[in-house]
Unconditional design. Structure first.
Length: 250
């Protein structure tokens, strides 16, 4: 657990902010809707969800599609959620991308925020309104590990063909209609690039920045580098990803 998060007697306590009441209202709605993929409210904290993530390694072939199913179940469960008139949500670069098909999502569906075999999302700080396709693209990028090849080697990830197949499995698990899949593929580059840009802005990187690691130990330079290189890898492999995700004969 991080310094602002701790567990006591099976309850997770997290740092609060102006967005906390909105997130708690959303989690209460999810419990009422019967969505099992989120923690429950427990007093001033949240229930602890046991499980593990394969991060930094790949999801197993036989469960990776469940990541998409979990996200779809979340979006379906929030389809009738009505936030309070004064609802506040934490600023999110993914939300800042805008869009037209707005749902209430998790906001940071990276594999390190999923306990598996994909059972639930944890760490809901960035939950709130988000475009459906942007959130799915973000989920596919990180959970299919669409990263540059030497990064994949460092993390002992499978080859590009297998990772493209994992992307397809997540999209199929979500049940994305065929006519939206080309748009999704095109957004994969964008989410990686925008995520890299966010890291630059978040850590105020300028030409005079000479520290690769922040004071708290966060590897700023590496965080920017692997995201930017992901965008390049996706652009170079776009035809392969398009075939994998869009081909109806697969």
């Amino acid at each position: 657990m991080t310094g602002d998060t701790y567990v006591k007697d099976g309850v997770v306590y997290k740092e609060t902010g102006p967005w906390t009441p909105s997130i708690r209202a959303l989690l209460t709605h999810l419990e009422t809707a019967g969505f099992g993929g989120a923690p429950r409210i427990a007093g001033q904290g949240y229930t602890y969800l046991a499980g593990s993530s394969p991060h930094p390694h790949a999801w197993p072939d036989d469960v990776v599609g469940e990541v998409g199913s979990l996200l779809r179940d979340l979006h379906d469960a929030t389809s009738d959620f009505i936030p309070g008139a004064c609802a506040v949500w934490k600023r999110s670069w993914l939300r800042d991308l805008g869009g037209h098909d707005i749902v209430y999502g998790h906001g940071d569906t990276a594999p390190w925020n999923i306990v598996g075999p994909p059972l639930a999302f944890i760490d809901w700080e960035f939950a709130g309104p988000v475009d459906r396709l942007w959130e799915l693209a973000h989920t596919v990028w990180l959970n299919a590990h669409l990263v540059d090849d030497d990064v994949a080697d460092l993390q002992d990830l499978p080859d590009a063909t297998t990772r493209a197949r994992h992307a397809r499995a997540i999209v199929d698990g979500y049940g994305l209609p065929q006519d939206q899949r080309r748009d999704l593929v095109d957004r994969l580059v964008d989410v990686a690039a925008h995520s890299a840009r966010h890291e630059v802005a978040e850590h105020a990187v300028t030409p005079s920045t000479d520290e690769a690691v922040a004071a708290d130990g966060y590897p700023v330079l590496w965080a920017i580098a692997w995201r930017a290189r992901s965008a390049s890898w996706i652009a170079r492999h776009r035809p392969q990803l398009r075939r994998a995700i869009c081909d109806q004969t697969v």
